[in-house]
Each structure stands twice: as structure tokens, then as C-alpha cells.
Design a protein around this ligand. Structure first.
Ligand code: PRT
Ligand code: ZN
Length: 215
């Protein structure tokens, strides 16, 4: 077997996607405890290699064909995806469910999307937010922050935020309320549109059989 015929899968090293991704790898013969600080692992019984990286780096690893497959949140995928050359979603994986939502200070009275006109909105997802604003014919200023977005209104950096929400606890703790969802997300197995070699495709089919009950 040629070394380059091994299927490569990039997963998040540490974070909200890791647990669900490692559960899937257990089904492929990996022992959970065998993952330590290394960034590269070979599956014991399959021609499958695993790369552990930051989730934000995964779309580019697929785009540049460094890796065949990746697991990220739909939010991360869409933020980085070129609409003219989209990725292929192989399977929705049913974990890390969340939504990308607009939130306002709790005391603010929400009437319609139009009230975002002229506002400053803080987000880590400028592409998805801009797409939503353009679709709704809203001109607003986007301020990009990579984390702790919920603090922006208290610091008077922004009038509103656009961030991921799962339980809603973080919004409530920061005196914010969710007013609109712009994207529903979950973990997704994806690849580029380029076809895999016959052998890699065969390996993918084996993996998908092991994951058949997920959705
Ligand atoms: O280091 P690396 O770059 O790999 O990780 P990261 O910090 O970028 O990502 P991580 O691990 O926080 O999230 C990875 C993915 O998990 C996201 O891209 C989403 O697809 C998914 N996910 C699911 C979430 C959440 N739920 C979530 N609740 N990602 C982030 N959050 C954050 C959110 O940003 C907010 O600050 O949790 C807070 C809100 O949670 P609640 O429960 O209080 O609403
Ligand atoms: Zn990240």
C-alpha cells in the first residue's frame, strides 16, 4: 500500500469538538487513552491518519489538500468557505450543536431586524454576519473580536453582538438577550469537492458504516 493512500482526517485538538470527534475515532479502533500530546496518530487497523489541530485551521488544510477530511462546526466551515468553490459535506455528526445569533442588551426593546441599521455589532464571524446584513439590506458596522464577544456591549465597544449560543447562560450572565438566529450549527464531516482515490474512498466508506447511526 502506498503511504499517500492513507486517508487523513483533521480534528480539533482541544475544545468543544474534541470529545465528540474522539468518540468517533474510538469506533475506528483508537483507544481514547492513546491520545496524548502528539499531533499525529495512525489508526491501528485502517489506512487512516489523524491530525490534531486548531479547528480554524482545518478548512484551509482541506482546501490546500494537506488533509482529505475534516471535522468542524458548520459555523466555522461557512465562515471560511468560498461560495464559488464550496466544500462537500459528507455527514452531519449530531454533536456540538449551537446557533449563531444576534443578541442585544436586555433592556433594549427588539422590534425588527431594521433596528440593527447604523449599529455597531461585535463578532468573531464577520463573513456570516455581513452576509446576513446584506441579505436584510442593513448597513451596520462590524467589529471583529476573536473571543469573549459577550463583553463588548458592557465595554461600549458595540451595541449588539453576533456569537454562538448553546444554553444561553453566557448571554444571560452578560445582561444580553438573543433576538435572532442567523445560522444553526453542528459538527460536520467534510472534504473538498475533488474526488478521493479509490482506496481512500473505500476507507471512507468503512468509516461511514461505523458511524451510520449518527445524524
Ligand atoms: O482552540 P480552537 O480554535 O481549536 O477552539 P475554539 O476556541 O475556536 O473553539 P471551541 O472549542 O470553543 O468551539 C468549537 C466549536 O464548537 C464551535 O466552532 C462550534 O461549532 C461548537 N460549539 C458548540 C460552540 C458552542 N457550542 C458554544 N457554546 N462554540 C462556542 N461556544 C461558546 C460561545 O462562543 C459562547 O462564548 O460558548 C459560549 C456560549 O455558551 P452558552 O452555553 O452559555 O450559550
Ligand atoms: Zn477555533
Amino acid at each position: 500500500m502506498l503511504a499517500n493512500e492513507r486517508l487523513t482526517l483533521a480534528i480539533q485538538k482541544r475544545g468543544r469538538l474534541s470529545d465528540g470527534s474522539l468518540n468517533l475515532l474510538q469506533r475506528c479502533g483508537f483507544e481514547r487513552r492513546s491520545f496524548d500530546s502528539a499531533l499525529f496518530y495512525q489508526a491501528p487497523f485502517l489506512p487512516l491518519d489523524i491530525l490534531l489541530v486548531r479547528d480554524d485551521d482545518i478548512p484551509n488544510l482541506i482546501q490546500t489538500t494537506v488533509c482529505d477530511l475534516g471535522i468542524v462546526g458548520e459555523n466555522c466551515l461557512q465562515e471560511q468557505e468560498n461560495p464559488i468553490n464550496p466544500f462537500e459535506r459528507v455527514k452531519a455528526l449530531g454533536f456540538a450543536k449551537c446557533r449563531l445569533s444576534i443578541a442585544l442588551p436586555q433592556e433594549e426593546n427588539f422590534t425588527s431586524v431594521d433596528m440593527l441599521k447604523g449599529k455597531i455589532i461585535a463578532t468573531s464571524y464577520p463573513t456570516l454576519l455581513q452576509r446576513f446584513l446584506t441579505k436584510n439590506n442593513i448597513q451596520a458596522k462590524i467589529v471583529v473580536i476573536s473571543g469573549s464577544v459577550e463583553i463588548a456591549p458592557q465595554l461600549k465597544m458595540a451595541d449588539a453582538i453576533c456569537d454562538l449560543v448553546s444554553t444561553g447562560k453566557t448571554l444571560a450572565e452578560n445582561n444580553l438577550k438573543e433576538v435572532m438566529t442567523i445560522l444553526k450549527s453542528q459538527a460536520v464531516l467534510f472534504k473538498s469537492k475533488l474526488p478521493l482515490s479509490k482506496q481512500k474512498q473505500d476507507t471512507l466508506e468503512i468509516i461511514l458504516k461505523k458511524w451510520a447511526d449518527l445524524s
